[in-house]
Structures are given as structure tokens and as C-alpha cells.
Design a protein around this ligand. Structure first.
Ligand code: SF4
Length: 314
């Protein structure tokens, strides 16, 4: 009888246990990392299913698409990473005025360490000089964390896991490029973006998605190209010339015959998302950020008081 009472008390304690906003923030971030690593976002899934439908049956390209689709299903069911390379961990945090960044960085670090222990992230981040792997995914510049203050009261956290293979085929051009007869205009931009896809030849695990920035300095241009990958697939640029170029690049790329993983076929890329930055007259940089089919990006709205997840963004 005494034992029973003790058990009841213990149960009650567990049921009423509250966690602090600090711990809740870490839990919310771990869940964001888990879902980003294991579940392909809905917009990307739709594009992949559509691409699978257009490949000719019984071709290497259609088998490649079947394997990709099977992989997506298995990763979701087993809550295991979509790919063994869980990539560079890139956070963008959109926060209201007065938000304290330093504690949130600590919470992100704790979440990344725990997510690595749980296997949602591979022990991926190594010291570039010594090759040493701390096993935590923490180190100089990793994870990559960007804070942006916005006027809304909400806290939005976006996460991208950027694979190494597709990062290797991401590239940058300085126009004019005489070898490609690419001048300092949108036709020149078109030529260099197509050149990037031709050079990739399926490396970087196509079918991929291109984020493109026209202009900016070298650093900002590349960062802004990568940021385009946070847009939903199918979301056209608001600038009509760029919107038309996005469509034209997808159509042209998909006539190159490179196809999924470079096996031939009709789906070389799934989408092209472009934007621009001002430049100085002396330079005209074009950056191409290539994302593989294992397109891992997610975002959440977090309640700023409780730090609980309120809404998924993709
Ligand atoms: S490029 Fe993407 S799919 Fe290919 S190995 Fe890297 S993370 Fe995986």
C-alpha cells in the first residue's frame, strides 16, 4: 500500500514537471534540426514527384528518381537523415527589437550538440587547419548564424543544411567572361548560370535547385544567392525580367540531357531562384548557389514567451 502511494506521487511529479523557456528553446531547436534533416519540405517533395513523373519509364534517370523518392520516404518514416552528409548548418533568425542574441546562440549550440548526439546531424564539422573533429558540430564559424531584426513581434528561425557536394559545384563569375561571350547584361548572366550547370554535369547530386545573385561584392553576392534557397520552389521573382529568366534557365537546363545524378533524362534542375544586389561600376559578379535534391531547409515560428514551436514555415 505504501509502495503504491509513492508510485502515484512520482507519476504526478512527472506530469506537472515544467520546463524553463531556456530548456524549451533548446528542445524546439532540436525538433527543427530533426525535421530539417529527415523530412523533405512539401514544396520540394512536390517538385521531385513531378520530375519523377516526366522521366521515361525504365531509364536510368527514372530509376534514379525512384531511388530518390524511396530515400525520402524511408528517411521520414525512420526519422533518419535524408543523406549521410548532413551539411553545413546555416541558421537565419528573424527577431523582434530587443531580442537577446547571446543566450539564443548558446541555445543553438546546445541544440546542435544534442542533435549530433542523437544522430540527426553527422559529426561533420572539422577544423580546416588541423582536420580535428570535435564531434559536436561546433567550431570556428560553425554553425553559421545570422540575425536579422524585423518589425514583427514574432521570432522566426530558418535552417538550411547545405551539403558539401552541391557546395563544391556552387560557383561565381565576374562579367564580362570572354570565354563564354558573356557580357555585363542579363544575357551574360544567363550564359554563366548555364555554364555552371553544364560544368556540374550531375555532380552535386541533381536534380538540383539554383539560387542566383546578380551583382553585389563577392561575399555578399554568394550569401545572397544561397539565401534565395529559402524561397519556396515556384515562387517567381517580383522583377519581371528575372522571373522570365528563372523560367528560361529551368527550361534550357532541362533540355541539356544531363538529368538526375547526371544519368541523362529530362530533369537536370528543379528550380532557379534569382535576385540582385547593387554593384560598383568596376565589377559585375554573378553567384550561383547549387542545392542538391536532398534539399534540407525548414523554418519555424517560435513563441517568444514560452519558446514553444507555433508554426512550420515550409
Ligand atoms: S550533395 Fe547533397 S545529396 Fe549529395 S552527398 Fe552531399 S548532401 Fe548528400
Amino acid at each position: 500500500m505504501v509502495k503504491k502511494t509513492k508510485k502515484k506521487v512520482a507519476k504526478k511529479k512527472t506530469a506537472t514537471k515544467k520546463i524553463s523557456p531556456d530548456q524549451q528553446a533548446i528542445e524546439s531547436l532540436i525538433e527543427l534540426i530533426r525535421v530539417t534533416s529527415t523530412v523533405i519540405p512539401n514544396d520540394v517533395n512536390r517538385a521531385i514527384e513531378k520530375a519523377k513523373g516526366v522521366e521515361k519509364p525504365n531509364t536510368t534517370a527514372s530509376y534514379a528518381m525512384d531511388i530518390i523518392v524511396d530515400n525520402i520516404g524511408l528517411a521520414k518514416t525512420k526519422s533518419q537523415p535524408l543523406c549521410q552528409d548532413t551539411g553545413t548548418v546555416v541558421f537565419y533568425i528573424y527577431h523582434p527589437p530587443g531580442f537577446h542574441q547571446t543566450p539564443f546562440i548558446k541555445q543553438i549550440h546546445k541544440a546542435v550538440t544534442t542533435a549530433t548526439k542523437k544522430g540527426y546531424l553527422r559529426e561533420n564539422s572539422v577544423n580546416s587547419l588541423t582536420g580535428e573533429n570535435a564531434g559536436t558540430n561546433l567550431g570556428a564559424g560553425h554553425p553559421s548564424i545570422h540575425f536579422v531584426e524585423h518589425s514583427a513581434k514574432t521570432l522566426e528561425v530558418k535552417l538550411m543544411l547545405k551539403g558539401g557536394g552541391c557546395e563544391n559545384v556552387s560557383t561565381q563569375y565576374s562579367l564580362p567572361d570572354t570565354g563564354l561571350s558573356a557580357g555585363r547584361d542579363l544575357d551574360g548572366v544567363r550564359k554563366v548560370v548555364l555554364d555552371a550547370v553544364v560544368k556540374a554535369q550531375g555532380k552535386g547530386c541533381g536534380p538540383g535547385v539554383l539560387g542566383v545573385c546578380v551583382g553585389g561584392d563577392r561575399a555578399d553576392s554568394h550569401a545572397h544567392a544561397k539565401k534565395q534557397l529559402f524561397r519556396k520552389l515556384g515562387e517567381r521573382s517580383k522583377i519581371k525580367e528575372l522571373a522570365a529568366l528563372e523560367v528560361e534557365i529551368v527550361e534550357t537546363c532541362n533540355k541539356l540531357g544531363i538529368g538526375p545524378m547526371g544519368f541523362g533524362g529530362t530533369t537536370t534542375i528543379l528550380e532557379c531562384l534569382m535576385d540582385h544586389r547593387n554593384r560598383v561600376p568596376a565589377s559585375f559578379i554573378v553567384s550561383v548557389s547549387y542545392m542538391c535534391w536532398a534539399f534540407r531547409r525548414q523554418g519555424v515560428v517560435i513563441d517568444t514567451k514560452t519558446m514553444k514551436l507555433k508554426k512550420w514555415l515550409y
